[in-house]
Ligand binder design. Structure first.
Ligand code: PEP
Length: 260
């Protein structure tokens, strides 16, 4: 039976990537996906904003634009204005982005982003026609205190706007903060239970929202990708460190293809 939700593998390059090597990595990714033939899961790369335009050109030249999407890593809640150093969602769209990551724990920690701000950014992303990848996840103290479900449920309800949200314009990324960039991913059972919790919660937040794709993020790597991607309610992965080199990202994409 065909899967209802198409898998999505997203690479978050964070503040990594200089022009020349980034273009070379994107060419490798485009060649990999082209060789695979039909596009068997959605792939999105979220590079630093400065690389969106050149990487879009690289994809266009390599025939990869239909198979690999680009995304931003953040956007402002306003469409334009006096906000030095920020980037607006329509600018990301102009630069070729179709997705934007919002509420990543690094943004929440480094820039004190609140759920209310994330919600306003989601609205801005939707005004610009972008698909928002909204990150939620508990920190270690919250997990150890047995508060993970409550924390994630609350972040979810507060970060999503009350209207205009559909399974087509939102992707949820469950990213336990203690698993990001640490090499230590969550246990399979914990991931599956949390994803089930998120899906039930989404179902209560709005009609049809239980059909949203839910990604797991936090030290996904070639060695654990197949197991994580085969878990119930896991529709893909948000991958940081292991997405920077296509040699490491490739087995993760292939793991998604293999279990299609
Ligand atoms: C992330 O940045 O969203 C992430 C999951 O990072 P890593 O894969 O490196 O843990």
């Amino acid at each position: 039976m065909a899967r209802i939700r198409r898998r999505l593998i997203a690479g978050n390059w964070k503040m990594h990537g200089r022009l020349k090597p980034a273009v070379a990595e994107m060419r490798r990714l485009a060649a990999l996906v082209r060789r695979a033939g039909r596009s068997r899961c959605d792939i999105v790369i979220c590079p630093p904003a400065s690389l969106l335009v050149p990487l879009r050109a690289t994809l266009a030249a390599a025939g990869g634009l239909r198979r690999i999407a680009l995304g931003g890593q953040d956007c402002h809640s306003a469409d334009a204005g006096a906000h030095t150093g920020d980037i607006a969602a329509p600018m990301l769209a102009d630069a070729g982005a179709r997705f934007v990551i919002l509420g990543h724990s690094e943004r929440r920690a480094d820039h004190a982003e609140t759920d209310a701000l994330v919600r306003a950014k989601v609205q801005a992303a939707h005004r610009a026609g972008l698909i928002a990848i909204v990150c939620v996840g508990e920190n270690l103290a919250e997990r150890e205190a047995g508060a993970a479900y409550r924390v994630v449920g609350r972040a979810l309800s507060r970060s999503l706007p009350a209207s205009g949200v559909t399974a087509a314009n939102i992707v949820i990324a469950y990213e336990p903060v203690w698993a990001i960039g640490t090499g230590r991913s969550a246990e399979s059972g914990d991931i599956a239970r949390m994803h089930g919790h998120i899906r039930r919660r989404l179902g209560r937040l709005g009609p049809g929202l239980e059909a949203c794709r839910i990604l797991y993020g936090g030290s996904v790597k070639p060695a654990n990708a197949a197991e994580i991607l085969s878990l119930a309610d896991v529709d893909g992965a948000l991958v940081g460190g292991a997405s920077l080199k296509i040699a490491e990202f490739r087995p993760i994409i292939e793991a998604a293809w293999a279990i299609e």
